[in-house]
Design a protein around this ligand. Structure first.
Ligand SMILES: C[S@@+](CC[C@H](N)C(=O)[O-])C[C@H]1O[C@@H](n2cnc3c(N)ncnc32)[C@H](O)[C@@H]1O
Length: 250
C-alpha cells in the first residue's frame, strides 16, 4: 500500500486549492527576504516545491541559481511547464524524496514552505528530512521551514466543511488522532458521472521543543522560531511555526 503523500499530491490537489497561488507565493517570498535575506546569486533549494509557485516568485525577486525538489511527478510536470512558459528553463527540478536530497553541501539556502513536514508515520523519518537538509546545505548555509503550529491547529480545527467547486462537491473531514500528535484530513470529491475520489493527509504537529531538539542533535546552530513568515514572535497561538537554522561555517 502506498503512503498517503504518494497519492494525495496530484493534479486534483492543485485544483482543490486555487487560493494557494502565485500572489500568495510572492507575498511569502517577500516575507522570506525580510526574515533571512538569502544571497540572490547563490544556490537556493525549494524543498517540496510542488507546482513551482515559490520558484517563480523567487526568480522574479532576482534569484539566479534555483532548484526545486518534489516527489510528485504530476506537480513537477506542472512546475516545468509553468516555469518554461515564463522562460525560466534553467531552474532545475528534481524528483526525489525529501529524506534523500541528492548531493552534498550544494545549497546556500534551503526553504520548505507551506506544511511539507511531519508527513511520516515514524518521527525518525521526519528527523531524516532535517538531516538531509543539513547534509545538502553548504557551510554557513541557512534552512527555513514553515509548518503547522500545533497549538493553533488544536484550537481552531474545523471538523467538517462542504463546498462546491467547478461542478464538484468537496467534503472535507478533519480530526486529531487519539494520541493528539497528528492532524488528519480526508477530502472526498464527488461529481455526477465520475467515480468518487478520496484523498487523505496526515501531518504530525511537533512541539517547538521537539523540533529544537532534533535540529540541535543534527548540528544546526543559530536556531530561531517565528509565528509566521512575517516574523511574528512565536507563541502557542501563532498561526504557523517557522524556524530558521544555520549550518556552522566549519
Ligand atoms: C502542502 S504541499 C506544498 C507544496 C509547495 N511547497 C507549495 O507551497 O505550493 C507538499 C508538497 O510536498 C511534496 N511531497 C510529499 N511527500 C514528499 C516526499 N516524501 N518527498 C518530497 N516531496 C514530497 C508534495 O508532492 C507536495 O508538492
Amino acid at each position: 500500500m502506498s503512503a498517503w503523500y504518494e497519492d494525495t499530491f496530484g493534479r486534483d490537489y492543485l485544483s482543490l486549492y486555487p487560493h494557494r497561488n502565485d500572489e500568495e507565493a510572492r507575498r511569502d517570498v517577500s516575507h522570506i527576504l525580510q526574515l533571512i535575506d538569502p544571497p540572490r546569486n547563490e544556490s537556493l533549494l525549494d524543498l517540496c516545491c510542488g507546482a513551482g509557485r515559490h520558484l517563480a516568485a523567487l526568480r522574479h525577486a532576482g534569484f539566479m541559481n534555483l532548484t526545486g525538489l518534489d516527489l510528485s511527478a504530476d506537480l513537477l510536470a506542472e512546475a516545468r511547464s509553468r516555469l518554461d512558459a515564463e522562460s525560466m528553463n534553467d531552474i532545475q527540478l528534481l524528483q526525489a524524496d525529501m529524506r534523500e536530497i541528492p548531493g552534498n553541501e550544494l545549497y546556500r539556502t534551503i526553504v520548505s514552505l507551506f506544511t511539507s513536514f511531519g508527513y511520516f508515520e515514524d518521527g525518525n523519518e521526519d528527523e531524516r528530512v532535517l538531516q538531509s537538509a543539513y547534509q545538502a546545505l553548504s557551510r554557513n548555509g541557512t534552512f527555513l521551514l514553515d509548518t503547522l503550529n500545533r497549538g493553533h491547529v488544536l484550537a481552531n480545527l474545523i471538523p467538517s466543511e462542504e463546498r462546491e467547486l467547478e461542478g464538484r462537491r468537496i467534503s472535507i473531514h478533519r480530526n486529531i488522532t487519539a494520541d493528539s500528535l497528528r492532524v488528519e484530513k480526508e477530502t472526498r470529491i464527488t461529481q455526477p458521472g465520475s467515480p468518487e475520489t478520496t484523498y487523505r493527509e496526515s501531518v504530525r504537529m511537533y512541539k517547538k521543543a521537539e523540533i529544537e531538539d532534533m535540529l540541535t542533535r543534527i548540528g544546526f546552530i543559530d536556531i530561531h522560531f517565528y509565528g509566521s513568515l512575517e516574523g511574528q514572535v512565536f507563541s502557542n497561538t501563532s498561526s504557523r511555526m517557522v524556524f530558521v537554522a544555520a549550518k556552522a561555517r566549519s
